[in-house]
Design a protein around this ligand. Structure first.
Ligand code: SF4
Length: 300
């Protein structure tokens, strides 16, 4: 079985930066409680490893960042790479929390572009994933931002001046989905100003998957909650007979390897490299009859 390690894969600069900020914050404040509002990155292994360092993730299903803030009354609060809205920021200040902001520079850039166009009187059409923290942060900027998650949503948008329309997107969207949505917007609103803001880390990882050839099976290593990981899996389906999104080597189903000649491995921008390397190493050494190993947790 030929194993193809797709490059680039794994941590992006925003994730590396956020993890370093969290670790440095705890190191510099060993006696203070350090909390992360929501998941620092969408990966449970990273969350678990941070907890071992005494960095607590405050998270709950379907809770917004505003809701989560109600659970913290003292200490240091770290905002994730996805950013937070102005309302969350102000509430944290009001509560007397010490704020550390790990917003990724690429998310910050998207925000700045939006603010600039809002100040010029434009309506902003923002393409993103429903309930994603990055979209939540952007939408809290202004009620002049219209949210769409797919092409069908474009048909539901209310009336606005089509000559004062700017279009922009969440940084981790699929390049193919964005291409299709942009095409429809160009047909509907020919004078719209369109910014394509998929970050370069997301783009190069997706392009690498789109360039795969003759692949029987692709493993995308990552957390099922991660938008960029899900999009990698979706795009891999265009080029690979079978695709499996797995969190670690322990999630490999050995029946998937029957009759496989070429297997590719990639990973989302929030996946620790050690998790992906364990998958690659297992596949490279695999012989029928082997069993799936435990995960070795040397993660971050
Ligand atoms: S995926 Fe892109 S926008 Fe998100 S943290 Fe990484 S570099 Fe930043």
């Amino acid at each position: 079985m030929k194993v193809i390690s797709i490059t680039p894969r794994g941590y992006c600069k925003g994730v590396v930066n956020a993890i370093n900020i969290a670790k440095q914050t705890k190191k510099a404040n060993p006696n203070k409680n350090v909390y992360i509002l929501g998941r620092l990155v969408h990966n449970q292994y990273v969350v678990d490893e941070l907890a071992k360092l005494g960095i607590h993730t405050i998270d709950a299903k379907n809770a917004t960042r505003m809701d989560l803030l109600d659970k913290i009354d003292e200490g240091i609060i770290i905002f994730s790479a996805h950013s937070v809205g102005k309302d969350v920021y102000n509430k944290a200040i009001k509560k007397g929390l010490q704020i550390i902001d790990a917003t990724c520079v690429d998310v910050r850039k998207t925000k700045d572009i939006i603010l600039d166009f809002l100040n010029k009187g434009f309506v902003v059409l923002y393409i993103g994933k429903k309930n994603h923290p990055e979209a939540e942060a952007i939408l809290s900027i202004s009620d002049k931002i219209i949210f769409v998650s797919d092409e069908a949503d474009l048909d539901k948008t209310k009336s606005f001046d089509p000559d004062k329309l700017m279009v922009i997107n969440q940084t981790t969207m699929s390049i193919i989905d964005i291409m299709h949505i942009h095409q429809k917007i160009k047909n509907m609103y020919p004078n719209a100003i369109i910014y394509e803001e998929i970050c370069s880390a997301t783009r190069v990882r997706q392009e690498a998957v789109l360039n795969m050839v003759n692949v029987d099976l692709t493993y995308v290593v990552g957390d099922p909650h991660s938008n960029n990981t899900n999009n990698l899996a979706k795009l891999a389906k265009l080029n690979s007979k079978k695709v499996r999104l797995i969190e670690s080597v322990a999630h490999i189903n050995l029946t998937d390897l029957i009759n496989i000649e070429r297997v590719a491995v990639t990973s989302g921008a929030s996946t620790p490299i050690s998790l992906t390397n364990q998958v690659i190493s297992f596949l490279q050494n695999y012989k029928p009859g082997d069993s799936v190993p435990e995960v070795v947790k040397e993660i971050i």
